[in-house]
Design a protein around this ligand. Structure first.
Ligand SMILES: *[C@@H]1O[C@H](CO)[C@@H](O)[C@H](O)[C@H]1NC(C)=O
Ligand SMILES: *[C@@H]1O[C@H](CO)[C@@H](O)[C@H](O)[C@H]1NC(C)=O
Ligand SMILES: *[C@@H]1O[C@H](CO)[C@@H](O)[C@H](O)[C@H]1NC(C)=O
Ligand SMILES: *[C@@H]1O[C@H](CO)[C@@H](O)[C@H](O)[C@H]1NC(C)=O
Ligand SMILES: *[C@@H]1O[C@H](CO)[C@@H](O)[C@H](O)[C@H]1NC(C)=O
Ligand SMILES: *[C@@H]1O[C@H](CO)[C@@H](O)[C@H](O)[C@H]1NC(C)=O
Length: 494
């Protein structure tokens, strides 16, 4: 806190070459020699300065380091209490300028902890949060009301590593520091069907407004990585997510019953969908009735050999509306944008706009699935049919594709208002003979190669030039969420 005097800068320069552990050892030796009381020796008590700027939606008046609360970054000591007591203590500033908690370089083993409002968690570039593999470090919380149950097991679910609910103005960022979910034990339990509760996510923010998650690397999540749910005004930017491509349900970013969300500049390799847009499951999602709407996805690079680059569903019972995806790169992925739904879901997926997508090595460039199945329980309403309407794809080039499109609506409930324009799909050396399969879908195409299926060729005017599908030109409120330059500057004696 406060400005640092030039003297301390000099002192820091003198001392920075000493590693902290070495300093500790020297301090210990000095204590034993009884020399600590003598003043003026530059390096006996080292003044350390952590000072840097970063971008955030709001800056904070108060600062602390995890080490102030007994944090030990040795990769062995549990820091759950250090994190929770730091945040509990800093929550006193929620109505007094807010606070920021700095996580220095080190390996910080921790169980789950809860965030507070007007708060920033900042990870140094060499800070690694290691998720505890001790199940007792994860409390069990209620299932999401819009899902009715956990996804892995009926009943409750393990709380996420970083959890926040009913918050305003929360930032999780860093200089590309790492959050390592150490998911292997969870994936194993999942495969062996030994889970009592649903696996934890890495970051879950519920019922919150004004959320920023940026400049971090997330690895090996037990399941989903970033899950904003029942929240609004959320920016996820500059996140790298990696998990083994065979790891179960390691979705990248899952906006779920959220409005005004912006996902940009993210790089994701995962075992499930890179971005999965959701809004609750069958009768629970219908009853909760909270859609995801006003979602921007731009400059996303995705590798997902067994799943989609962007999935809409399969849990979409609260509705999904106004999704704008732009400048998407996909490599070695199962499908590009995929709509997943089923009889019993209810809800809708409408006003979806995709513009500018480059894909290489894909099984299906375009995929819509009306019979996804996967119900929370047998009590879903078979009369609850989803409405899929107004799906616009344009300016797409895909190379090395096994099958161009597999578009399967629901019998008696066709997917309508599909528009596909300026799309070139180049086949792989071993392509499917039939490149387009279309059932229960209806729409128009223009400038699409190879020749689309009959239900989509009514409006083809490629001979007279390309008739582009819509892409909105207005801005969404989340576009106006801007970053300020904030600073963290804090010195202390070590
Ligand atoms: C992310 O980091 C880059 C530099 O690496 C910086 O320019 C940018 O402001 C940061 N953005 C956010 C939102 O944290
Ligand atoms: C974190 O919040 C959840 C849900 O509100 C609660 O069950 C849990 O006990 C909280 N954890 C701590 C350490 O306060
Ligand atoms: C959090 O917000 C939700 C939705 O507004 C509300 O139903 C719930 O009671 C709130 N929980 C707490 C702990 O304030
Ligand atoms: C962040 O770290 C990851 C993992 O090391 C790296 O792949 C990525 O390029 C880094 N991002 C930035 C912006 O430096
Ligand atoms: C094309 O896709 C096939 C799988 O269908 C893959 O084995 C092959 O490596 C890809 N070729 C290139 C040049 O990427
Ligand atoms: C077609 O898409 C390409 C990108 O794939 C773009 O560069 C080009 O401008 C588009 N053409 C039209 C007519 O929109």
């Amino acid at each position: 806190m406060g400005a640092e005097s030039p003297a301390s800068f000099r002192q820091m320069e003198i001392c920075t070459s000493l590693r902290r552990t070495q300093v500790m050892k020297i301090l210990l030796a000095l204590v034993m020699l009884g020399l600590m009381s003598s003043r003026g020796a530059e390096c006996r008590k080292r003044r350390v300065l952590d000072s840097f700027d970063y971008s955030a939606i709001s800056c904070r008046a108060h600062s602390a380091s995890l080490t102030d609360f007994g944090g030990v970054g040795d990769g062995i000591t549990s820091n759950t209490n250090a994190f929770q007591s730091a945040i509990n203590s800093l929550s006193q500033y929620s109505s007094d300028g807010g606070s920021q908690l700095f996580v220095p370089e080190g390996k910080w083993l921790t169980g789950s902890f809860n965030l507070t409002s007007h708060f920033t968690l900042y990870l140094h570039k060499d800070a690694v949060l290691l998720a505890s593999q001790d199940v007792s470090e994860w409390s069990v919380i209620d299932p999401l009301p819009s899902y009715g149950r956990g996804r892995d097991a009926a009943g409750g679910r393990y709380i996420s590593l970083i959890f926040g609910t009913n918050l305003t103005d929360v930032v999780i960022t860093g200089d590309n520091g790492t959050i390592d979910g150490q998911g292997q034990i969870w994936w194993q339990k999942f495969h062996q069907k030994k889970l009592t509760y649903t696996r934890p996510y890495l970051i879950e923010i519920m019922h919150s407004d004004q959320v920023q998650i940026s400049n971090l690397t997330l690895v090996n999540s037990p399941a989903w990585n970033v899950h904003p749910v029942y929240s609004s005004n959320v920016v996820v930017k500059g996140i790298t997510i990696t998990a083994p491509i065979t790891s179960p349900n390691t979705d990248g970013i899952n906006p779920d019953s959220c409005s005004n969300v912006r996902i940009e500049d993210c790089y994701i390799i995962s075992g499930d969908d890179c971005v999965a847009v959701k809004s609750g499951w069958d009768e629970y999602g219908i009853a909760y009735g909270m859609p995801t709407k006003g979602l921007i996805i731009r400059r996303l690079t995705c590798i997902s050999p067994y799943s989609a680059v962007i999935a809409l569903g399969s849990e979409m019972s609260g509705g999904i509306q106004d999704v704008r995806a732009e400048d998407i790169v996909a490599i070695n992925s199962e499908s590009g944008v995929r709509i997943k739904t089923a009889v019993g879901r209810g809800g809708y997926v409408k006003d979806i706009y995709v513009k500018g997508m480059t894909m290489k090595t894909m099984k299906w460039a375009l995929w819509m699935t009306g019979n996804y199945g996967s119900h929370p329980d047998p009590h879903y309403d078979p009369k609850a049919l989803p409405v899929i309407q107004g799906i616009n794809y344009r300016d797409i080039v895909a190379d090395n594709v096994t099958m161009a499109a597999r578009l399967e609506g629901i019998s008696g409930d066709p997917f309508t208002g599909i528009c596909i324009s300026n799309v070139t799909i180049n086949k792989s050396p071993k392509p499917k003979k039939v490149q387009w399969v279309c059932t229960d879908v209806d729409g128009v195409t223009s400038g699409v190669v190879p020749q689309p299926c009959a239900p989509l060729t009514k409006g083809d005017q490629s001979a007279e030039g390309i008739n582009s599908c819509d892409f909105p030109t207005d801005t969404l409120p989340v576009d106006n969420m801007e970053f300020k330059t904030c600073s963290y500057s804090r010195s202390y004696l070590l």
